[in-house]
Structures are given as structure tokens and as C-alpha cells.
Design a protein. Structure first.
Length: 609
């Protein structure tokens, strides 16, 4: 889960690589490095830590070379260090490689290469690629053929960009299960693991498919299939602007993205209702096929998993279909019951989550229909699904997902309505009413964002705690899981979440004087039950923070801090109730001096198991 950038053209590569790496730092920030062709050799500079450290070091150099590759790393094999930073080089230093993914058979390859005299300088899996290319190049004398040979020896996931001192101006790129995009600008050719790194240069890119190879030169890009035959792949036009990657006056990307959520709701719903009926043409299933669906699995990880828990409530309530939500990494290693009438819904913000991709492939082999929900056009999840809903969140930079999560919830809500519509469980008038109320949540979120004073007050009261407990029932339970995750991710304050009824079955033992208990206590069919659980916590000295429905004055008797949100149908309460918890987690993180955009040990996309 690393960032790759490369450039070959008419301009000095150093500044272009640094700018690209800065935009890709959300993908990893344990170390960073570049390899630039200079005076017939490769100049490699790496530094531990964020890209800013690399920028400082490079300020002492003035490389004029016009071809190079760069990398920002999230550590997998080998701890964060300068030695383990990419690019990695061959023994002679004349070949350099950057890599996103994981090489599963690296240990045996390393042993084999070492036995033939190769000396390794790092603990990474990636370094074996540099030595494999080096060996092949000595035999064939052609970088493209050497990279293809090396890739044929690899087991695992990889996006690779390779340069060689003996082929100036050439970058060879290939991939398997790891994103790579390439594009031509007026001043040269570009490669990156995310479109955002090249958006200034071009809006027209090619998303490489597995096994495809691209040969970048200053004047052109040529494409080849796995066998080396020329290709003419489709071009994707990117229509979003660079300002999605800039803070726009906010102190951090996370706050900016939280405030973008009303727009995400509106954009995700745009064009989805026609003559009172839902239309999701991308699903590529007829109403008759949808009616045959008798089981749904939602497979996801992390925040996306919590969106799936919300979807389970809606699918079962509206469509009356059994729905199971599975952690993708577990789904692939058991033997789930899958038939041709099973729908598997894969949810991934990045569209490249390794566990989710593996689960998709397993489900398809077993005959299921697979539907993807992702934020990234052309991503592996999108390509490998039978249909896809794009969440219209645009680029999300902060590592902790906010607007993508809400986009997922809205998309899954649409899917639940569509299934219910196809099965005749919801009438046209009901669909129209629900859709209108769902659309209204955009304005309700705006109201929440307009006044965060109560949230800030509650956060300051909790910032010095060492642990916290989130509770709720029904929809509130699912929201609680997401709230606890957000707090852990960005503030490093330990938090757990439970269905509120589970309090007395163990978690209440944690509660003592001043212990924070954050409760989703909105007006719902289980409101009285939640209040009862709050009384249990309060009787043991807990400091209770309640997210409650506007107008509910009674809740003040059971809570130290109350955060009010607009009244909505319980089915849509997860959308509105999630927003104050995002702001709450961010406020605590800021108060504790944490980097809310780049929390330690995390990266935006998880492309390894």
C-alpha cells in the first residue's frame, strides 16, 4: 500500500516526482525515495519518514535528469528505515525498482538469488525484483523483456515501475492486483499508483489491467499484453479537479472531507430515481434476476464493514432477504454457502483492498453475482465485479475515511431499496417517499456541521481519557462501531463498541468514575432500552456523551453531554448520527496533538493481507 510515481520527458524529473509523492503520501509515509537518471547513472536518494524529509535532502541536490521514479512507503517487509526505503537497486546500481503490493514468494527467490551471488541491502520483498531484472537483463539486453521475465517469477500482488541506466528515458511498468495508471502530457509520459499524482499533466489516463506492460518514453507510451503483443487499451477521462486534493481553507483534509459529505450524498443520489422507480443500471441485473436473489453477503474491511452492518439492517427490513456481513479476510478462508442466486456486495473505498479482491474472486468461482461499491473509477473491485456503484466522493486524502463511508452507506441504502422494489416489498409510492427522505439527509448533515459547539465541549471533556466505550442498539450499534474505530484511528485513544444490551455481559466492568461512554440515543424503537443502559453506566460513575434527537430534553437527565442531531427516519439515522462522531474523534485527536490526516501505522488503501 505504497505510492508510485514516475516521469520521463522534457523537464527535470526531480520536482515532478516530489510533487507526485506529496500527493500520494496518503498511501504511506514510513519512508520515501527517488531514482533519477543523471549523467549516465542512477542517482538514488531515500529517507526514512515523510516526504518532507526527502524534500529537505533533495534541496541539497540539483538533479537535471529528465527521467526518474519515486516511491512513498507503508512498511510490510522490513521496518521503516532508509535501507528499506524504495527505490531498490540491483547489485551494480544500474537498475532501480519501485513496487506497490507484496511478493509472497520473495523468501525463496531471495535465497535462490543469494546463492547465485546477489548481495541484498534491505529486508524488503521488493529488492528481489531488482535482482531478478538484473539477471534477466544480462541475458536479453532489453529492459522490457527483463521486467516481463522477472514478473513471471513473482507470486503475489505488484505494481512495478523500473528504470535502467543503459536505457535512458525509458520506464517499464507492469502490474498484477495493484493499481497502476499511465498518461501522456504535453511535456512527457507519467506513471503513478493514483491518478491524482499526474492530474496537472493530463486528464486522460490508461488504467493497466493485470499482466499488461507499458513502455514509457519521453515522446510516447506503448502498451503490450503479457505475451508482448501490442495493445490499444481504453482511455479513461478524469473529470474531477485538483482542488479535491487541496485543503480549501480547512486546517486538515479530514475536516474538509467531513464538510464535503452533503455534496457526496447529493451526487451519489443524482439521477437514481426515474418515474418513481430506482434505476441502478450499473448493476447489470434485470428486475427478474434481482427477484431471484435469496441471500446477500456484504464483504468488506474496516470502515466499509461498518457500512455493511448498516446495510444488513436495511436489506433484511425492506427486502426481507437474509443478509450476512463478513470481514473479507475471513470470508475467503471459510466455505460460505453460495449459489447462483446469491448476491455478493464488495465494499471498498479504494477499490484495491487485497482481502476484498480475493473474496470477490472466490465468490465468482462459486457462481455468485458480484456487485462492487467503491470510490475509484477503474479500480480492481470495479473491474472484477458484475456491476458497480461509484460513491461520488471524489478523492479522499485523509487516511481515516469519512465522506467515502457516508457515500457507501447511501449507496448500500439504494441497493436495499432496489432489492425491495424488485421483490415487490416496497411500492412505488414508498420508494419515492424513502428516496426523498434519504435526499433530505444532505441538508440535515449541513445543519449538524453548522454548529459543533456541543461536540467540541464533549471532546475536551474526554481528551485525557485512556479508554472509551461506544454503545447503541439497532442502527445505533452499527454507528457505534464506526465511531469507536474513528477515535482509535486518529487519536490513539483506545475505544470499544458494543450493542448496548451487551453492557451487563462484561463491558460494564470497565466503567468507573469519569469513564467516557458515548451512546447513540436517537429516537428509535429501542430508545427506552438505550436509556436504560445509560442509567446503568451513569450509576457506576460514567461520563455519558449522548447523540440524541433534537427536542429530546429528557435525555439530559441521563447524560453529561448531549449532541443533538435532526430528527430522521430510523433507517437513515446512521447517516446523520455518524457525522458528530467523526467530528468528535477529530476534535479529540487535535486536542491530543495527533496528525489527523496521517495517523501512525496506517495507510489509505490496504493492498496486502
Amino acid at each position: 500500500m505504497c505510492g508510485i510515481v514516475g516521469y520521463t520527458g522534457a523537464d527535470a524529473a526531480q520536482g515532478i516526482l516530489i510533487e507526485g509523492l506529496t500527493r500520494l503520501e496518503y498511501r504511506g509515509y514510513d519512508s520515501a525515495g527517488v531514482a533519477i537518471e543523471q549523467d549516465g547513472a542512477l542517482q538514488v536518494v531515500c529517507r526514512k519518514g515523510k516526504v518532507s524529509g526527502l524534500v529537505h535532502t533533495l534541496s541539497h541536490f540539483d538533479f537535471a535528469g529528465t527521467c526518474g521514479i519515486g516511491h512513498t512507503r507503508w512498511a510490510t517487509h522490513g521496518r521503516p528505515s532508509e535501507a528499506n526505503a524504495h527505490p531498490h537497486t540491483s547489485c551494480a546500481g544500474d537498475i532501480a525498482v519501485v513496487h506497490n503490493g507484496i511478493i509472497e514468494n520473495f523468501a525463496e527467490l531471495r535465497e535462490e538469488l543469494a546463492a547465485r551471488g546477489h548481495a541484498f541491502k534491505s529486508d524488503t520483498d521488493t529488492e528481489v525484483v531488482a535482482h531478478l531484472v538484473e539477471e534477466a537483463y544480462a541475458d536479453v539486453g532489453d529492459l522490457q523483456a527483463a521486467v516481463a521475465h522477472a514478473a513471471g517469477r513473482l507470486i503475489g500482488a505488484y505494481g512495478l515501475a523500473v528504470v535502467c541506466a543503459y536505457e535512458p528515458g525509458v520506464i517499464i511498468v507492469t502490474r498484477k492486483d495493484s493499481p497502476i495508471v499511465v498518461g501522456r502530457g504535453e511535456r512527457g509520459s507519467y506513471v503513478a499508483s493514483d491518478i491524482i499524482a499526474m492530474i496537472d499533466a493530463t486528464r486522460d489516463v490508461v488504467v493497466l489491467a493485470d499482466g499488461q506492460v507499458a513502455r514509457l518514453t519521453p515522446d510516447a507510451i506503448a502498451f503490450f499484453d503479457e505475451a508482448g503483443r501490442p495493445l490499444d487499451p481504453p482511455v479513461t477521462h478524469v473529470d474531477w479537479d485538483l482542488d479535491v486534493a487541496e485543503k480549501g481553507g480547512y486546517p486538515d483534509f479530514m475536516l474538509k472531507e467531513i464538510h464535503e459529505q452533503p455534496r457526496v450524498i447529493r451526487d451519489t443520489l443524482a439521477g437514481r430515481l426515474s418515474a418513481g422507480a430506482l434505476e441502478i443500471d450499473e448493476l447489470d441485473l434485470s428486475p427478474e434476476e434481482l427477484d431471484l436473489i435469496d441471500r446477500v453477503y456484504v464483504i468488506a474491511c474496516g470502515t466499509s464493514y461498518h457500512a455493511g452492518l448498516i446495510a444488513k439492517n436495511l436489506i433484511e427490513a425492506w427486502a426481507r432477504i437474509p443478509c450476512e456481513v463478513e470481514v473479507a479476510s475471513e470470508f475467503r478462508y471459510r466455505n460460505p454457502i453460495i449459489t447462483p442466486t446469491t448476491l455478493v456486495v464488495a465494499v471498498s473505498q479504494s477499490g484495491e483492498t487485497a482481502d476484498t479482491l480475493a473474496a470477490i474472486r472466490d465468490a465468482r468461482v462459486k457462481g455468485a453475482k458480484v456487485f462492487g461499491i467503491t470510490n475509484v473509477v477503474g479500480s480492481p473491485v470495479a473491474r472484477e465485479s458484475d456491476g458497480v456503484i461509484y460513491t461520488k466522493a471524489n478523492k479522499e486524502i485523509a487516511v481515516a475515511s469519512t465522506k467515502s463511508f457516508l457515500g457507501q452507506v447511501v449507496s448500500l441504502t439504494l441497493l436495499a431499496m432496489l432489492l425491495a422494489q424488485a421483490k415487490g416489498k416496497l411500492k412505488t409510492s414508498q420508494v419515492r417517499l424513502l428516496f426523498r427522505e434519504l435526499a433530505d439527509t444532505a441538508e440535515q448533515v449541513e445543519r449538524i456541521l453548522a454548529d459543533d459547539a456541543a461536540i467540541q465541549e464533549a471532546a475536551l471533556a474526554c481528551k485525557d481519557a485512556s479508554s472509551a466505550l461506544f454503545i447503541g442498539r439497532g442502527m445505533g450499534a452499527a454507528v457505534s462501531y464506526e465511531g469507536a474505530l474513528k477515535l482509535k484511528e486518529i487519536s490513539y485513544l483506545h475505544a470499544e463498541a458494543y450493542a448496548a444490551g451487551e453492557m451487563k455481559h462484561g463491558p460494564i466492568a470497565l466503567v468507573d468514575e469519569g469513564f467516557p461512554v458515548i451512546a447513540i440515543a436517537t429516537k428509535s424503537p429501542v430508545y427506552d432500552k438505550v436509556v436504560s443502559n445509560l442509567q446503568e453506566a451513569k450509576a457506576r460513575g460514567a461520563m455519558v456523551v449522548a447523540v440524541a434527537t433534537e427536542g429530546d430534553e429528557d435525555i439530559r437527565a441521563h447524560a453529561d453531554h448531549v449532541i443533538y442531531i435532526p430528527k430522521v427516519r430510523d433507517a437513515f439515522s446512521a447517516i446523520t448520527a455518524s457525522v458528530p462522531l467523526q467530528l468528535f474523534a477529530r476534535a479529540i485527536a487535535v486536542a491530543r496533538g495527533c496528525d489527523v490526516d496521517q495517523p501512525r501505522n496506517l495507510a489509505k488503501s490496504v493492498t496486502v493481507e
